[in-house]
Write a protein of this length. Structure first.
Length: 555
């Protein structure tokens, strides 16, 4: 595999750089983490503190930037760099180090610069063999078997996605006993529940053992009462949860590389988590569950993952379409796991719970007038007026009827609702009172498109699913070609490029990294990988050609 497939003619800012647990031990607190600079060729160190590295402008073309090494310029004026370990970055070639925080150390000698975390700095490492370091950092990705028949754009985007995935892997540390993943290394360096599952879904195609680790690591942090937090790090957790998709992730990883002992070990933990949700999130006792709501207008429901969705503007509890759909799907898969483990009573219990949740979703959350699923406000005793992308998710658990699935598909062709230039918008196009180019108030999220496509597949609407997947792949590729990164979310109208979109009320990256669509985002990378591999696998199976990649999902 030629890593020159990552070459880009112009300098691209915002690409994340870090050492990966794929190559050695990482350090949550002190790891050196950086990103490529926007203003000119260079690197901005972000963690454990700040400094900047600037390269001559003459090396701004003909660049190869991977997640843990880089090569810039031609042989006459070239710069090479590689992470030696989690604390040190070695640069060979002309550069200037400026604005250095005391937590960062560096030394320059003989056209080389070594930068590192001051607490672990070893100046002697400046003499390390650069060629060996570059070979070591690039070895993993060069061993991968990529799908055949890809366009140059798809191949380049796939390599970029795999490079991003690699650098977002941490080694076991503290209470986390398995390798674990993070959404973007900076500014989010923690482990997040549903992000980790979407990461595992991509990893299953290239490293099933790591995919299993990504899910097991989340459950390492499970409380004794079954609770699983939405955010975790080696020494602690948050106090809310997040969309329950752990069992779905376990199923897909297991389907790709069966490991019954792993499923057997996970099963009681997955059951305990679902039992915790049923006991703690059905506030009115009516059978459906509600997300926790907070006071921050830019994050009313971090628990839902859809932080600032207008679904939550009223700051009231609602029987949530997405929460109950995720939960029903978890029950359905737990029934499958129980049956495979010979736990027949458990299998019957989980089947019953799945059917019960599906009946409640269908009877309480479907709006015949809107031909859509909407949340139900348990305080005001009224359905929500907000049509959100979450309304498609009863497809994933089978709560919708076949007729309802067709009506949901029609929304993707209706410009008044979800038939936007790039579907699926996070709220309906007609909802002008709530619409904004801000996270979950309009833009498109890759994980939701991925889920919705699976839902349409479940109901036999394969053409609808394939079309949505195709549009999603093309959007990711187009923005990656232009900006060199994989963005967090995308404009449903295709009027603004991702760097111009709002995040939590504004687009102001100079104020905070949380005020711009994040760059090199984890689940955009991993679900792109899943979409590419799964599409190629389906094509090979249809054509009858040998399938040398991982097994398909199953349904």
């Amino acid at each position: 595999m030629a890593m020159d497939d990552l070459r880009r003619d112009a300098w691209k800012g915002g690409q994340l750089l870090a050492f990966s647990a794929m190559d050695g031990t990482t350090d949550y607190e002190n790891a050196l983490t950086a990103r490529t600079a926007f203003c000119a060729p260079g690197i901005d160190i972000k963690l454990p503190a700040a400094c900047s590295v600037r390269f001559p402008r003459t090396v701004g073309n003909d660049n190869v930037v991977a997640g843990d090494w880089l090569r810039l310029g031609d042989g006459r004026m070239a710069v090479r760099g590689a992470f030696l370990d989690t604390h040190h970055l070695l640069i060979e070639g002309p550069c200037e180090v400026v604005d250095v925080d005391r937590a960062i150390a560096f030394v320059t000698r003989d056209n080389r610069t070594l930068i590192g975390s001051a607490s672990h700095f070893d100046a002697a490492r400046i003499t390390c063999d650069m060629d060996a370091a570059l070979r070591s950092r690039s070895r993993w990705i060069q061993t991968l078997q990529l799908p055949t028949g890809m366009s140059k754009t798809t191949r380049r985007t796939l390599l970029k996605a795999l490079s991003v995935m690699k650098t977002q892997v941490y080694s076991p540390e503290g209470r986390i006993r398995h390798r674990w993943t993070t959404p973007d290394r900076w500014p989010h360096r923690q482990m997040w529940l549903w992000d980790s599952v979407f990461h595992a879904i991509g990893w299953r195609h290239v490293d099933p053992e790591l995919a299993r680790d990504a899910i097991s690591a989340v459950l390492d942090m499970q409380a004794t009462n079954g609770f699983v937090a939405h955010m975790m790090h080696p020494r602690g957790t948050s106090v809310i949860t997040q969309p329950p998709v752990l069992t779905l992730g376990a199923k897909l990883v297991h389907n790709a590389a069966p490991d019954f002992s792993w499923i057997e070990g996970l099963y009681p933990k997955l059951c305990a988590y679902v039992e915790w949700i049923l006991a703690n999130r059905d506030h009115d006792g009516a059978g459906l569950v509600e997300w926790e709501i907070a006071g921050d207008p830019h994050c009313r429901s971090g628990e839902s993952g859809m932080d600032n969705s207008p679904r939550f503007d009223a700051a009231t509890r609602m029987d949530a379409v997405d929460f109950n759909s995720f939960l029903a799907l978890e029950c359905e898969i737990l029934a499958e796991f129980a049956a495979s483990l010979g736990l027949n009573e458990d299998a019957t219990k989980w089947k019953s719970r799945h059917a019960h949740l599906c009946r409640l979703i269908a009877s309480r959350l479907w709006s015949e007038k809107l031909a859509f699923f909407v949340d139900y406000d348990i305080v005001r005793h009224a359905p929500s007026s907000v049509l959100a992308s979450s309304g498609f998710l009863p497809l994933i658990c089978g709560a919708a009827s076949a007729a309802q699935a067709i009506r949901l598909a029609e929304h993707l062709h209706d410009p008044r609702t979800f038939g936007t230039a790039f579907p699926v918008p996070s709220i309906a196009a007609s909802d002008i009172d709530h619409y904004a180019k801000d996270m979950w108030r309009g833009p498109v999220w890759i994980n939701i498109n991925w889920l919705i496509a699976r839902g349409f597949d479940r109901f036999g609407l394969a053409d609808v699913a394939a079309n949505l997947r195709g549009q999603t792949l093309r959007e990711i590729e187009a923005s990656c070609e232009k900006y060199g990164v994989l963005f967090e979310f995308f404009d449903d109208r295709r009027k603004l490029d991702p760097p111009k979109l709002l995040r939590k009320g504004k687009c102001a990256p100079e104020e905070s990294p949380y005020h711009q669509a994040l760059h090199d985002y984890g689940w955009t990378a991993s679900l792109y990988v899943d979409l590419v591999y799964s599409t190629k696998e389906a094509s090979q199976q249809t054509s009858g050609s040998p399938n040398t990649a991982a097994a398909g999902d199953g349904k």
